[in-house]
Write a protein that binds this ligand. Sequence first.
Ligand SMILES: Cc1ncc(COP(=O)(O)OP(=O)(O)O)c(N)n1
Ligand SMILES: Cc1ncsc1CCOP(=O)(O)O
Ligand SMILES: [Mg+2]
Length: 459
Amino acid sequence: MATAHFIHLHAHGVNMVPEDFVAQQLNAVLSDMNVDVVKTGMLPSLSVVKVLCQSLRKFPVKALVVDPVMISTSGDILAGPSVLAGFRDELLPMADIVTPNIKEASVLLGDVPMKSVSDMRTAAKLIHDLGPRNVLVKGGDLPNSPDAIDIFYDGKEFYQLSSPRVNTRNTHGTGCTLASCIAAELAKGSSMLSAVKIAKRFIESALDYSRDLVIGNGVQGPFDHFLALKNTNKSSCRQDRFNPSDLFLYAVTDSGMNRKWGRSIAEAVKAAVEGGATIVQLREKDADTRDFVDAAKVCLEICRSYGVPLLINDRIDVALASDADGVHVGQSDMPAHVARTLLGPEKIIGVSCKTPEQAHQAWIGGADYIGSGGVYPTNTKANNRTIGLDGLTEVCKASKLPVVAIGGIGMSNARAVMELGVPNLKGVAVVSALFDRECIVTETRNLHTALSEAALLIQ
Ligand SMILES: Cc1ncc(COP(=O)(O)OP(=O)(O)O)c(N)n1
Ligand SMILES: Cc1ncsc1CCOP(=O)(O)O
Ligand SMILES: [Mg+2]
């Protein structure tokens, strides 16, 4: 079977489609189907812009995504001043979101300089004043920036969305894909900010996946949109990067407890996964860095053989050195967005949150899940405020991310936590009830059974 690649060619010539033919085509599609979302790409003339606006007035859609293609990433100028006037006067006021890169943002605003993230914010606001409901200024081409920073502005708040810059020549078509992905997510019912975040993460993953592709001889190569269909062994791009149901029974180790019971970290981890732990975190507060990395590598082999993800508490360096599946960070650890930049799109990032506001920030920062607690008082973490079942419920209800409950949870109360049945609550994280016990396998098995029974009740 031939491999399909979505190929964007550099412009070698342009053949304009007459505007009445474009009008006919739009009429044929928009009158025949209930189109929810329209996304525009390159619009070559003012008359085509006008035809499009007329059609959209006749057949209104739920969302219009405007990718103001005027200058390609490769620097080709794709639209002249009259098209620019059409964008400003007619199309942008109808748009639900417009997604200029920094060169396009500059041109839209009459060639203002765009040299910094602060310039991007100013531009987002000024473009918003032209009429679109939301603006995403893409900073992929911003010079001297180690990250790909985009500014999203919804008319009230600015959101700085950053992702690690993927070092590859295969960036051709990223702008079109981002806007198409936003359109697809909106059609599926996402909110605008969600759609933008999902699209950005898709681009990041696709760039990472395609970084070494060699297709054609252009300065830029195309990237591969079909990464999700490929069965790859590339560890940086596992198929199921994170499955929220993995949070069901989250075993968190403790070096003090292992010492007390005379066990190595690896022995403790092996027992927990044998008993049915669905995800493991190494929380080794007093381990030497070298020992920690070595132990993580051994634990990773054990966990991989059970198909269980292994995360590292606090230590991004140890996660990177051992190629663990991700990290868990708290409110005073490395911020999630920095961890994301360091670890890349495919690693799992969990963030501890006690409040809805922290949960919102974790989501903005690109986390995958939230650990919320202490639900009950605990001796395992000193000076940790207890939030109770009410605090947990509040976080779960507000969260856009899956949540795992933590703190003082064991056989006596795990059912009560699960039976809350609140949205997003996926499981419990446990330290002492598994690791400060004589037989870790038995304790894990019993807790797994109790949680499964409770989960059945709330279905
Ligand atoms: C799953 C999970 N949730 C919360 C925490 C606590 O993290 P943090 O607040 O950073 O505290 P420490 O564990 O680092 O002491 C966690 N580790 N895991
Ligand atoms: C790490 C952490 N974060 C909030 S509570 C807690 C400790 C949980 O340990 P235990 O399960 O023994 O109460
Ligand atoms: Mg921490």
